[in-house]
Ligand binder design. Structure first.
Ligand code: NAD
Ligand code: 6OH
Length: 520
């Protein structure tokens, strides 16, 4: 069975697919909607603006409506782009690097001043444990602004002394200029982290931005807009439009002729659609896309440490991290031990209310996404996989049964060609397979159209270097996973993305480098 469509980009066909639960509807037809829920508005030219069309923001832990979101139509998106165009030429253009960096520090402090609010909003929108939002998402949101403030202040530029044919010299030096208006489209899994990862360097370089967060997770982007207003970011520099992708705010934004560049994190298929929309304007794009990431575990690894960290690599954020390991290759001599120990680990995880401090895993993001993940569990069964643990929906006997939970799941025994091993599932699930030689492990790890991240677990230093350089990915971790230094290049190969962000790589995307050549 294959779920890969003709263009090589995975498309999951969901039997009896549910329509998107919080799809937009006119306010008067809002059926199950909680009309008393707060409204999340667009932010244009320093002001919050509503819209005629509202859609529901759902809490994935129990399916309740937590907010109503104003969908930006073409006119709101156009207004946001127009004010951003004015802003890049206005007061903001006269700000030097130090002034912009100072503003980024203020934004970081503004997030931290409302830390608990951000944490609660991120957890309610995504269903992730409150402890995870407090440990990962919100601190990284603030750190993204601080790090890029530091980097822009010290960013080097190239200079060359050039010998001319007549034996004289010329001086070449590069200048960094803003690219203009940047359209930023982000997904729902790490909403604040991934949005600020792009907003911070874009502002550091002097651009204006129009951001469109995922329709599933609009809350922390809206709080960020409040922070931008409160720390007096000049009007029009940061604009926020809410809505969906195709035929909605996302498509309006990326196809708007006034947008100079588009940066996107999300699914590979969406990346392909956005690239098409950007083609007529020949807009530069930066894409951080999906992954089907391998982990290679050698018998000489530090076993306890490896199991501990692999549990995160497979299950963190309910497996909804683009970097999660969905394919685990284990040296045969420790294969049975690893499968059994991972099973115990998975079964020890607390699946529960996001607000409960003891919870390790919350729900998946939506009913639609859960149906996608369950369709892979069904496919695994039909293909004769061993379901080592999980494979189902947990029953709680309370309101969580209206949420979108699945059990942490481990599969074995599938052929490498099966859809569960080839396609990104994006849930708390992995397939574990044994290998007999280093060469075999490398070949299996690289047998994918994706190429985002790999992890290697060994105490043999030479092997670690040897295997790492053969991984066909953007990022390889050795004896760790998701350990980030924000100055390093981050991105993927193949279906996993275009370009690199991080440190100077981000600055190079968010600015136009001008070369000036002076004959001396
Ligand atoms: P998605 O592609 O469905 O949506 C992402 C964003 O794109 C949303 O804001 C959505 O509204 C918007 N969008 C959808 N269609 C659009 C269109 N035609 N034009 C403009 N905008 C459009 O992704 P998702 O389901 O929100 O996120 C999960 C995916 O993101 C996974 O594939 C995951 O691997 C990937 N991801 C990758 C990285 C990375 O760094 N490589 C990080 C996080 C998530
Ligand atoms: C994907 O889900 C995680 C992406 C992480 C980053 O982009 C980052 O900067 O850590």
């Amino acid at each position: 069975m294959s779920c890969i469509n003709g263009d090589g980009i995975p498309e999951v066909r969901i039997p009896n697919a549910m329509s998107v639960q919080n799809r937009v509807m006119p306010e008067t037809e809002a059926g199950s909607s909680n009309v008393s829920a707060p409204e999340l508005k667009n932010f244009v030219n320093g002001e919050f603006v509503s819209s005629e069309r509202l859609f529901d923001d759902i809490n994935p832990a129990d399916g309740t409506v937590i907010a109503r979101v104003a969908e930006a139509g073409p006119e709101v998106v156009d207004a946001a782009v127009q004010v951003a165009r004015r802003a890049v030429k206005g007061e903001w253009a006269s700000w030097g690097v130090r002034q912009r960096a100072a503003m980024l520090y203020k934004i970081a402090a503004g997030i931290e001043a409302r830390f608990d609010e951000f944490v609660r909003a991120e957890s309610a929108d995504t269903g992730k444990p409150i402890a995870l939002a407090a440990r990962l998402d919100v601190p990284r949101g603030a750190a993204n602004f601080r790090v890029f403030a530091d980097i822009i202040k010290t960013a080097p530029l190239e200079a060359f002394e050039t010998e001319t044919p007549d034996g004289k010299h010329a001086l070449n030096y590069a200048l960094r200029k803003p690219i203009g208006v940047v359209g930023i489209i982000t997904p729902w899994n790490l909403p604040l982290l991934l949005l600020t990862w792009k907003v911070a360097p874009a502002l550091a370089c002097g651009n204006a931005v129009v951001v469109k967060p995922s329709e599933e997770t609009p809350a922390t982007a809206t709080l960020l807009a409040e922070v931008m207003r409160d720390v007096s970011v000049p009007r029009g520099v940061f604009n926020l439009v809410h809505g969906f992708g195709e035929g909605s705010a996302g498509e309006h934004l990326v196809s708007h002729p006034g947008v100079n560049a588009v940066t996107f994190t999300g699914e590979s298929r969406t990346g392909a659609a956005i690239m098409k929309a950007c083609a007529p304007g020949v807009k530069p794009v930066s894409f951080e896309l999906g992954g089907k990431n391998p982990a290679i575990i050698f018998a000489d690894c530090d076993r306890d440490e490896t199991v501990q960290q692999m549990s995160d690599a497979i299950f963190l954020n309910t497996g909804q991290v683009c970097l999660c390991a969905e394919r685990v290759y284990v040296e045969r001599s420790i294969y049975s031990w690893f499968v059994e120990t991972m099973k115990q680990k998975a079964e020890s995880l607390n699946v529960g209310w996001p607000s409960d401090k003891a919870t390790n895993l919350g729900p998946l993001i939506s009913a639609t996404h859960r149906e996608k993940v369950l369709s892979y569990f069904r496919a695994a069964r039909e293909l004769g996989a061993t379901i080592v643990t999980g494979g189902d929906v947990p029953q709680f006997g309370d309101a969580r049964d209206n949420g979108f939970y699945v059990q942490p799941t481990i599969l074995t025994g599938l052929p490498e060609s099966s859809c569960c091993v080839k396609e990104e599932i994006f849930g708390p699930v992995c397939h574990i397979a044994p290998f007999d030689s280093e060469e075999e492990a490398i070949a299996m790890a690289n047998d994918t159209e994706y190429g985002l991240a790999a992890s290697i677990w060994t105490n043999d230093l030479k092997r670690a270097h040897r295997v790492a350089r053969q991984m066909n990915v953007g990022i390889t971790w050795v004896n760790c996973w998701f350990l980030r230094d924000l100055r390093t290049p981050f991105g993927g190969v193949g279906l996993s993305g275009i370009g690199r962000e991080g440190g100077l790589h981000s600055l190079n995307f968010y600015s136009e480098l001008n070369n000036i050549c002076i004959r001396l």
